[in-house]
Design a protein around this ligand. Structure first.
Ligand SMILES: NC(=O)c1ccc[n+]([C@@H]2O[C@H](COP(=O)([O-])OP(=O)(O)OC[C@H]3O[C@@H](n4cnc5c(N)ncnc54)[C@H](O)[C@@H]3O)[C@@H](O)[C@H]2O)c1
Length: 127
């Protein structure tokens, strides 16, 4: 059973939540969003705990994986915080807002050795 947390609980997060619920083998235990209503609504609907601060969620929960579904300009810092704890990460595209943030994210993922992936929507399409 994989314990999953979500950071950013907007439009695309709900698609991933539905997919995870269909897949099984996982338990979504935490939702973090700077808009408290979004985190609370997701926790009320799916179970788990609502947070407004990523650090608090990472300190409190025992997570195996995090889905990062924040806007593109909020990717590098969370990637660093999540991977520093050895937690696997699925980041929504784009993985970075600019080259500097991309290098930060790449360095953090490389140093941690965690499993990671980016949600490029055409990645798994058949030609
Ligand atoms: N792969 C795809 O098909 C696909 C489709 C749509 C969007 N996306 C990507 O997904 C990401 C999110 O898009 P969306 O449409 O869900 O946006 P959205 O605005 O609906 O949701 C983003 C959420 O992140 C929250 N947020 C912002 N800063 C935060 C922070 N520091 N900590 C916690 N939460 C924070 C916002 O409050 C909001 O609820 C973007 O990077 C976008 O490019 C991918």
């Amino acid at each position: 059973m994989v314990n999953v947390g979500f950071v950013g609980v907007g439009g695309i997060a709900h698609r991933h939540i539905r997919s995870l619920e269909q897949l099984g083998g996982n338990r979504i235990v935490a939702f973090c969003d700077t808009m408290p209503d979004r985190a609370t609504a997701a926790a009320d609907e799916h179970g788990g705990t609502a947070y407004t601060e990523l650090e608090r969620m990472l300190l409190t929960e025992e997570l195996d994986a995090v889905f990062l579904c924040t806007p593109p300009f909020v990717h590098a810092e969370p990637i660093e915080a999540i991977t520093a704890r050895g937690i696997a990460i699925f980041s929504e595209k784009p993985p970075a807002f600019d080259l500097a943030q991309g290098r930060r994210a790449l360095a953090a993922i490389g140093a941690s050795g965690v499993v990671s992936n980016v949600g490029f929507m055409y990645r798994w399409m058949m030609s």
